[in-house]
Design a protein around this ligand. Structure first.
Ligand SMILES: [Zn+2]
Length: 181
């Protein structure tokens, strides 16, 4: 067990304009308690969200920040309904704008982040990014539930039906000699 290096909490409210001017680098954490929507979306969050952000201007003089975030959560395995640990990562590429109209002018490589007024709720923007990067469903790597049990528990899923019919699988095997899938 290694002890992760202590990082300071990021400020919740920032003025993107100032951080861009200073070409500020932020390297810190967001306490998971400060992210209620994330808390509702997963079973639990392990530790804090680790964030690195660099504020700058791109070649077109757009005010932007790039970086990444990582966190560890527990989600419910959709087979056995027990918690399964998931490592979540997200790449961040934000273009700061002050209206939706300005956002439309940004290059596609930047996700518009609208700062209303003098301050931006950094935690809320990060929480949006985390929710976008959460896996839709989670499963244990191994077979946490015996297959026959799984089949009776979760009927009607297309992927399972294919496995359930051995003759269909045989047909597919026979027909797959041409290499098409
Ligand atoms: Zn499981």
């Amino acid at each position: 067990m290694s002890i992760p290096p202590q990082k300071t909490a990021l400020p919740r409210r920032i003025d993107a304009r100032k951080l861009v001017q200073r070409e500020q680098q932020l390297d810190g954490v967001v306490p998971s308690e400060a992210l209620p929507r994330l808390g509702e979306s997963v079973e639990s969050v392990s530790g804090d969200v680790v964030v690195e952000l660099t504020f700058s201007r791109d070649l077109q003089r757009n005010q932007m920040a790039s970086g990444h975030l990582t966190l560890d959560v527990n989600m419910l395995c959709q087979r056995c309904l027990q918690p399964v640990a998931q490592h979540v990562e997200g790449e961040l590429a934000w273009g700061f704008v002050w209206s939706e109209e300005q956002g439309k002018a940004l290059p596609k490589s930047l996700d518009p982040v609208i700062q209303e007024g003098d301050e931006l709720d950094l935690y809320q923007v990060l929480e949006d990014e985390i929710l976008l990067n959460l896996p839709m469903v989670a499963f244990h790597d191994g077979e946490c539930v015996p297959q026959e049990h799984f089949h009776s528990e979760a009927p009607g899923k297309a992927a399972d039906e294919q496995q359930e019919n051995p003759f269909k699988v045989l047909e597919q095997l026979k027909g797959s000699s041409s290499g098409s899938k």
